[in-house]
Unconditional design. Structure first.
Length: 406
């Protein structure tokens, strides 16, 4: 019956992670999968999360289905975290938010919603972007194109090329320019996979173009708090809202709460007014119903309790700050060893890229050598999860990288 079905090649990152698990070498280093590990190389359980969950377990009650849109306290906590409790858009109720199964669930629900109501709008993603971005929107039936983003020569942003394509300067028919009304997917902070972000001045230059051309921004914020800070990392959301632009935003708590397996995320849509937000919320509820009916309870309630309990919120923010600073320290130590080993090369991009990921500049062949000869695992694109570095392996990683770069 199923002989005609082609085999699944597997997800390249998850498959690489499985290969790492089977590697018998004791000195192996995993910098492939996007998970934050502490300095002992362990997946942390945050103290604020532990306290919130312990309190919840003292009063276990019945567990009925949640509403299609998710728990009201969770959705309110999401809006306040992304925009601020006193933000005009929050107070005027013109943001429609649904609880989703991870950030991926938010992308899926948003993709399905957009395909129904903006069926002819093409989707544009950065070159490169997280692989699942393309898969999600192609799965929803969209044509997906790429806009210039990463400059391999400098390890920085190709903003001139990006701006030109956003302005529509090029051949729209041959997909070298973005047509008016297109959907543009962007990373709010800590770009995955490159770690290269737009700065405030670049956002300020890009946003008027987005508004003038009627583009539909779709922001992915999976790493809030890992860039400059919890509030600082929402700069793009604040700027788009202030400009009067309606946009979509998929958010995730996997990394910031170290709750990967609980699959806690959200989709928020900033609308022109409360009436339109109510319409959007209604159809997002219908989209959720068609996909998975309603979200789970447990992880979302841990997050809501932390974010809405002042002492726990402060403790969580302090822990997240420590995670962010540890990643920055690993960047500095990696840079220092590489620069000492190969003084003729410029590795400053490791210091300017932000968040959990960096593009190392290694070719696929060099990545293979790194894995085969030194037991250091990176994705073949050269993407490295900096959060996998620690005081016990950062020097060995740098020495191995220098060896394949020499």
């Amino acid at each position: 019956m199923f002989q005609h079905i082609e085999p699944y090649a597997g997800d390249p990152i998850l498959t690489l992670n499985e290969a790492f698990g089977k590697d018998p070498r004791p000195h192996k280093i995993n910098l492939s999968i996007g998970i934050y590990f502490d300095d002992a190389g362990k997946l942390p359980v945050m103290r604020a999360v532990r306290e919130a969950e312990t309190a919840m377990l003292q009063s276990i009650g019945p567990r009925s289905y949640q509403p299609m849109e998710g728990a009201a306290n969770y959705r309110s906590a999401v809006q306040q975290l992304l925009f601020g409790a006193d933000h005009e858009a929050v107070l005027s109720k013109r943001i429609a938010t649904v609880q989703t199964i991870g950030g991926s669930g938010g992308l899926k629900v948003g993709g399905d919603f957009l395909k129904r109501y903006f069926p002819h709008a093409p989707v544009w993603v950065s070159d490169p972007t997280w692989d699942n971005h393309r898969a999600m929107f192609e799965g929803a039936g969209f044509a997906v194109n790429t806009y210039p983003y990463y400059d391999a020569a400098t390890g920085a942003l190709n903003f001139a090329g990006m701006l030109q394509v956003f302005k529509g300067d090029g051949d729209v028919k041959n997909s070298s320019a973005i047509a008016a009304g297109s959907i543009v997917l962007m990373h709010a902070c800590c770009h995955n996979p490159t770690g290269v972000d737009l700065n405030a001045a670049q956002w300020a230059e890009l946003i008027p173009v987005i508004k003038a051309r009627g583009l539909i921004p779709y922001l992915d914020i999976a790493y809030q708090g890992f860039g400059d800070g919890i509030a600082e990392d929402t700069f793009a959301l604040q700027a788009l809202t202030a400009a009067g632009i309606s946009f979509f935003c998929a958010s995730s708590f996997s990394k910031s709460f170290s709750l990967y397996g609980e699959r806690c995320g959200a989709l928020s849509v900033v609308c022109p007014d409360a009436a339109q937000a109510e319409l959007v919320l209604g159809q997002m509820r219908a989209t959720v119903r068609k996909n998975y009916s309603s979200p789970p309870t447990h992880g979302g309630q841990i997050i809501a309790r932390v974010l809405q309990t002042p002492a726990l919120h402060a403790q969580w923010a302090n822990e997240l700050s420590g995670m962010r600073e540890r990643i920055k320290l690993m960047r500095q130590r990696l840079h220092a060893v590489l620069q000492a080993k190969l003084p003729g090369k410029d590795f400053s991009y490791f210091l300017t890229q932000r968040g959990m990921f960096s593009y190392t500049g290694l070719s696929a062949e060099q990545v293979d050598r790194l894995r085969e000869d030194h037991a250091v695992y990176l994705v073949r694109s050269g993407r490295m999860c900096v959060a996998g570095l620690n005081s016990g392996n950062v020097e060995a990683t740098a020495v191995a990288m220098a060896a394949v770069l020499a």
